[in-house]
Design a protein around this ligand. Structure first.
Ligand SMILES: Cc1cc2nc3c(=O)[nH]c(=O)nc-3n(C[C@H](O)[C@H](O)[C@H](O)COP(=O)(O)OP(=O)(O)OC[C@H]3O[C@@H](n4cnc5c(N)ncnc54)[C@H](O)[C@@H]3O)c2cc1C
Length: 404
């Protein structure tokens, strides 16, 4: 059962058409098979192929490179729809979207020409790698290094952790310490564009020195792989520094933090999508299930739950749209992106939990979709910066803007 939700205010005809198209795709192609792929932890190859045909890997890539050239707001609307189906599907496009954002904003013409046309079609997918086994939130604490060799190439060494699309990607935007003595450390960090063979565990030839260990076993967010990456003498030509050496050396931290701002809008949209789906499931179940002689939806305690859930979903959606629209308007939106990410990811978790409670014992059964949502939702509290980190960003910003 699809719950008719009011359209976004100020949605353009193009946005309405594309979100309706994606919703249909989700209803017909994703929702009927998501449980099966989740239970088998299987990569949804056929769905990804259809997404390529629909152009969903090139939503924000400019038309001159073969993409749709749409803005972050429209992208966020699409991500909400995809996540309503299965957040793992949005995981397949998320790091890809961040990689294309980095190229569009900071790449050289040659880098854009080389990667964007194939990224727009989905021929190659991008991964984004900051985290390491000992470092997640404290990005300046990374240990992986890049050292210039005598022939001018950069030699990359170190272990990366939790890389979404780590195995299937053809290119990884990876943060390395290029100047370990830099103080503060962020000034000595560089983003390298490392190419690799998709789906190959041990790269050879031009890409030798990059190995991908077996995928990490996870609670949820199945289907899309999360892996470590082991760089061991991987050689990266200087023209594969994001923005090239003159503009990119030592700029990696800033570039990647900028990308996280749009990444946070993306995670917020995923929170809205999963919460929306949980609300739909709860509305249906509450009207079907009877207790004490009437549908549980007629018990006021359940109605109050539904009221809170619907209200939270709407608030999270509006906050997410605000952050996206500000970014599209060229305004600084780190505060709003942080707020949207915090509100929407917590909303995702809360609404999913309420839907689980409404399902009673059946919520605990793998026969019901809510069981998958219950395992998927917590990821959003962690990825792209935990709720604690969002609060740090928000707290700092509100104080900065309200100094007395
Ligand atoms: C499924 C999955 C996919 C992921 N995909 C990617 C990816 O594609 N690329 C990538 O680079 N990373 C990825 N990550 C990593 C993710 O970004 C990190 O897990 C996240 O940033 C948190 O880092 P951590 O796990 O090291 O936790 P830690 O940084 O060790 O934090 C542990 C706890 O301490 C809290 N904490 C830390 N510092 C502070 C502080 N100063 N004040 C208060 N509390 C604090 C945190 O909020 C958290 O509760 C993924 C993670 C998961 C689970």
């Amino acid at each position: 059962m699809a719950v008719a939700t009011a359209a976004y205010p100020q949605m353009t005809d193009e946005q309405r058409a594309i979100t309706e198209m994606v919703r249909q795709f989700v209803d017909n192609e994703i929702l009927p098979v998501a449980e099966e792929f989740d239970h088998e932890d299987k990569f949804p190859e056929a769905i990804v192929e259809q997404m390529k045909e629909l152009g969903l890997f090139g939503v924000t890539i400019p038309e001159e490179y073969g993409g749709m050239g749409l803005d972050l707001t429209t992208y966020a609307m699409i991500v909400e729809e995809l996540s309503r189906g299965w957040i793992s599907i949005s995981g397949v496009v998320n790091t890809h979207f961040i990689g294309s954002y980095l190229l569009i904003k900071f790449g050289t013409d040659e880098q854009r020409d080389h990667f964007l046309p194939r990224m727009a079609t989905g021929e190659i997918r991008a991964a984004f790698s900051l985290s390491e086994p000992e470092v997640g939130s404290d990005v300046q604490g990374i240990k992986s290094t890049a050292k210039r060799a005598d022939d001018g190439a950069w030699e990359l060494n170190g272990q990366k952790m939790w890389v979404t699309n780590g195995l299937g990607s053809g290119v990884v935007f990876v943060l390395m310490k290029s100047d370990p003595k830099a103080d503060p450390p962020y000034r000595g960090m560089t983003c390298f564009i490392t190419e690799k063979e998709p789906w190959v565990e041990k790269n050879e030839g031009d890409y030798a020195g990059l190995e991908i260990p077996p995928k990490i076993k996870k609670m949820g967010y199945k289907g899309v792989e999360s892996t470590e990456l082991v760089y061991d003498g991987y050689r990266c030509p200087p023209d594969r520094i994001l923005g090239a050496e003159e503009a990119g050396l030592g700029q990696g931290f800033k570039q990647m933090m900028d990308a996280l701002e749009v990444g946070r809008v993306n995670v917020a949209a995923r929170g809205v999508g999963i919460a929306q789906r949980a609300l739909e499931l709860a509305l249906r179940y509450a009207q079907e299930r009877k207790a004490f002689g009437k549908p549980i939806a007629e018990h006021q305690a359940i109605q109050f739950k539904l009221a809170d859930m619907a209200t939270k979903v709407e608030a999270a959606r509006l906050m997410t749209m605000k952050a996206a629209r500000m970014k599209d308007a060229g305004q600084r939106s780190d505060l709003e992106a942080g707020m949207a990410k915090l509100l929407a990811s917590e909303t995702g978790k809360e609404v999913v939990e309420e839907c689980f409670r409404i399902h009673g014992g059946y919520g605990y059964s793998k026969e019901y979709e809510i069981e998958r949502l219950y395992r998927d939702a917590p990821l959003l509290l962690i990825g792209e910066g935990t709720s604690e980190i969002q609060r740090m960003v928000i707290g700092k910003k509100v104080l900065q803007r309200n100094r007395i």
